[in-house]
Design a binder for this molecule. Sequence first.
Ligand SMILES: Nc1nc2c(ncn2[C@@H]2O[C@H](COP(=O)(O)OP(=O)(O)O)[C@@H](O)[C@H]2O)c(=O)[nH]1
Ligand SMILES: Nc1ncnc2c1ncn2[C@@H]1O[C@H](COP(=O)(O)OP(=O)(O)O)[C@@H](O)[C@H]1O
Length: 226
Amino acid sequence: MAKLFRAAIMGPPGSGKGTISKRIAQSFGLQYLSSGHYLRESIAANTEAGVLVRSYVERSMLVPDHVMTKLMLPRLEQLIDHSWLLDGFPRTLSQAQAMNNLCQLDLVISLNIPFETLRERLSERLIHPASGRVYNMGFNPPRVQGKDDITGEPLIQHDDDKPEALMARLRHYKDVAKPVIDLYKSQGILHSFSGTDTDRIWPYINSLLSTKMHTQPSNSVQTQTP
Ligand SMILES: Nc1nc2c(ncn2[C@@H]2O[C@H](COP(=O)(O)OP(=O)(O)O)[C@@H](O)[C@H]2O)c(=O)[nH]1
Ligand SMILES: Nc1ncnc2c1ncn2[C@@H]1O[C@H](COP(=O)(O)OP(=O)(O)O)[C@@H](O)[C@H]1O
């Protein structure tokens, strides 16, 4: 059996985690797990947990660690025999420690994207709520304006992508992510990518994964795109 491979992708809102994850999942056959997707699913189900989750997401606040680990860890347990890519989890040191008790990551991708680029992208991000499909008015527009390509249903903008929520989310991301990034750096599994264009960053990630998925984990550290 091929060796299992576990990866996570980190970066501020709008850094391209979802876009790049989709490419990784397609190119390398990793199972894709997105914390944002599971949270929105739980909000839509309107369960007791969903109502609680909504109260945080709507205020652009991080959902408490114990709620997140309860949501995500059972899913990882179910995938014990699979290779996967995690997007949006772990986001805090406490989440990273909880996950460490269950499984070890082989590789973490961290995206460093300038603030102005994030602001522009998120102001143009449109979502198909039922499927989570993501569009961008400039980068990957829907075929028909405001409509999902597959279902033709209307696209929406997340409340937390609106400018008033954005600054708070970005500031908060930096504070919370730093210790997580430091942890993975100290474990020698962190790879950072900087730039303004996903299409320019992607070949570096593609080549990193091609190498890593076909070799044993090594002690590489920082990978900066030019
Ligand atoms: N203009 C532009 N938009 C991009 C690029 N990469 C991703 N996007 C768009 O930027 C928005 C944020 O990307 P997404 O993958 O959802 O980021 P996430 O919040 O980190 O998961 C989406 O609307 C994407 O379609 C890029 O290189 N240029
Ligand atoms: N691991 C997490 N811990 C706490 N809250 C989270 C986590 N993942 C997602 N969230 C919440 O869900 C919201 C949407 O997350 P996500 O879809 O990953 O979008 P983004 O990367 O654009 O922030 C976040 O703003 C936050 O409120």
